[in-house]
Design a binder for this molecule. Structure first.
Ligand SMILES: O=C(O)[C@H](O)[C@@H](O)[C@H](O)[C@H](O)COP(=O)(O)O
Length: 248
């Protein structure tokens, strides 16, 4: 499976392209199968793309009635906590678009992360009764330590082969997290990483062009078994890369 790396001049054009991919895959999936199952990333990078989806011309292009939203990970914090990925998406997107509430599936962490992980896995599996976690689109980010979703270096969840969701924790962080695992993420039809900023240049170069050390660079575990993998990066993040495809 080869990855495509598309380089954009700046974060705004990267965000516009990401929002366009969301809209296009949504239109195609709903036209062909009646629904669009998408996995959203947290963090700062995708926020602007989410905002653009809530604005014209994209907002009225998307058949929101057929959109089913899931999260790739969540921090075990209160729903009103600024660190909540669900809260970020609600403010940037969901409070402004006509998506049926029952089609929005935030990760509820509760007091027992392992139970929460099992519950979310059951929810995702019920959404895909015919086998793999065939998300039509999975958006992911890249942390400076090489993590993606909440799959952190040296985390036991990196070796998960069976479960689709795991309770995880970032070293040195008090809060627990819930994350989809590589077996689930790698079932997606299209995985798109959004990476922006000069501070990501080193880790992006190591992930894409360095040796394969997924224990230390968990983003290297993301290799869709039959889907496509696209890295959308801006100039700052791409500074150390030898090969990228200039975005049109
Ligand atoms: O919950 C999260 O924070 C994300 O799932 C995480 O994997 C994020 O994508 C990276 O840490 C990059 O974050 P930024 O986009 O803020 O750089």
């Amino acid at each position: 499976m080869s990855a495509t790396v598309r380089r954009f001049n700046d974060e705004e054009s990267l965000s516009r392209a990401a929002a366009e991919i969301f809209a296009l895959t949504a239109e195609q999936a709903i036209a062909s199968q009646g629904r669009f199952s998408v996995l959203l990333s947290g963090g700062e990078t995708p926020r602007r793309a989410y905002e653009l989806l809530s604005q014209e011309p994209l907002c009225s292009r998307i058949p929101w009635q057929g959109v089913h939203l899931f999260w790739g990970d969540e921090r075990c914090v209160a729903a009103t906590d600024p660190a909540s990925n669900a809260l970020m998406v609600r403010r940037a997107l969901l409070d402004r678009v006509p998506i049926p509430e029952e089609q929005i599936h935030p990760i509820a962490c509760g007091t027992e992360p392992e139970v929460a992980a099992a519950r979310y896995e059951a929810l995702v599996r019920a959404h895909f009764p015919h086998g793999g976690a065939r998300f039509d689109l999975a958006l992911l980010g890249l942390g400076e330590d090489g993590h993606t979703a909440s799959l952190f270096p040296d985390s036991p969840s990196l070796g998960e082969q069976e479960h689709w969701v795991a309770a995880t924790r970032k070293k040195g962080e008090e809060i627990m997290r819930i994350s989809l695992t590589p077996p689930a993420l790698n079932q997606a039809e299209l995985v798109v990483f959004l990476v922006s900023g000069a501070h990501k240049a080193s880790v992006l170069h190591r992930v894409l062009e360095g040796p394969s050390i997924p224990r230390l660079l968990p983003a290297q575990l993301i290799a869709p078994s039959r889907g496509r993998l696209v890295w959308m990066v801006d100039q700052g993040a791409a500074r150390l890369l030898k090969t990228t495809v200039p975005a049109t």
